[in-house]
Design a protein around this ligand. Structure first.
Ligand SMILES: NC(=O)c1ccc[n+]([C@@H]2O[C@H](COP(=O)([O-])OP(=O)(O)OC[C@H]3O[C@@H](n4cnc5c(N)ncnc54)[C@H](OP(=O)(O)O)[C@@H]3O)[C@@H](O)[C@H]2O)c1
Length: 258
């Protein structure tokens, strides 16, 4: 009997990076039913089909902007059991821009807060009543080392990830005694589409972020998430900081050109 046999798992932001690696890892580990969420419909459908074909897992693709309250409320009315899951991975998130605060783009700020903070809250609020009814569940939030230590031009993104620290702590307190676990996974540098999104499609700038160093791979974070979710039921991994060996702090990266 595997750790995820019979489990229904929902991963947000599953079209790329950490979310895609985590969704695939849950399928590989034998979860019964996986719901994957993202905004890029074709990519989401394609990945869901590939995982389902490869691992025989029942994978449902749900196109959803986690930061849209009307979309989440609408889908809850149409599919009342959609959010009845055993594990929620609140992974969807993004950074936009590296401008100093005094020059920041308001649209960027709003997108980061709406997705990284409000999206996490909306999704959590949608699943928790089902978990309470069942008397079990696990919510895994994707924070970041930026939630603990900020860097120039990263203040707003860091603030959204600092909010994840507090929301994880607060949820743990509010759910104490209800047998629902809450975990904050806080990675350092992971090579995904994250920097391409942050630099708005500028591939050269995105590539420079990972140049001459060994960042984490999305699969490393997925492994960590599955490890946290497969601890015995009396163990709650509350927060976990995961750096690549070549990074000691948000702004301190060892680079060695080949
Ligand atoms: N990469 C890093 O160095 C790093 C470090 C620490 C923490 N993190 C965190 O890890 C999480 C995953 O990031 P990643 O590195 O894997 O980046 P990524 O490759 O850009 O993946 C982000 C995912 O989030 C989805 N997403 C973004 N906004 C969304 C929205 N409003 N609604 C639904 N889905 C949305 C994207 O899909 P669509 O575009 O299809 O919607 C994509 O699947 C984020 O929370 C990020 O802050 C990343």
């Amino acid at each position: 009997m595997g750790d995820f046999d019979g489990k229904r798992i929902l991963v947000t932001g599953a079209t790329s990076g950490i979310g895609a690696a985590t969704a695939e890892a849950f399928c590989r580990a034998g979860c019964a039913e996986l719901i994957v969420v993202g905004r890029r419909e074709d990519l989401l459908q394609e990945k869901a089909k590939a995982w389902s074909d490869k691992y025989g897992c029942d994978v449902a693709a749900v196109v959803l902007d986690v930061g849209s309250r009307p979309d989440i409320e609408g889908i809850t009315v149409d599919h009342p059991n959609l959010f009845d899951v055993d594990i929620l991975v609140n992974n969807a998130g993004l950074a936009l821009g590296r401008d100093p605060l005094q020059e920041g783009e308001l649209d960027d700020w709003e997108a980061m807060v709406q997705t990284n903070v409000m999206g996490l809250l909306y999704m959590t609020r949608a699943v928790v009543p089902h978990m309470l009814q069942k008397g079990s569940g696990h919510i895994v939030n994707l924070g970041s080392v930026a939630g603990r230590w900020t860097y120039p031009g990263g203040g707003v993104y860091a603030a959204t990830k600092a909010a994840v620290v507090k929301l994880t702590e607060g949820l743990r307190m509010d759910l104490l005694g209800k047998n629902i676990r809450v975990t904050n996974i806080e990675p350092g540098m992971v090579e995904t589409e994250f920097s391409l999104v942050r630099h708005k499609g500028d591939a050269a700038k995105a590539k420079a972020v990972y140049a001459d160093t060994r960042p984490l791979r999305p699969e490393d974070v997925a492994d960590t998430i599955l490890w946290a979710c497969s601890r015995p039921p009396h163990v709650n991994v509350q927060e976990l900081v995961l750096y690549p060996t070549d990074q000691a702090h948000v702004g301190q990266v060892h680079r060695a050109p080949n």
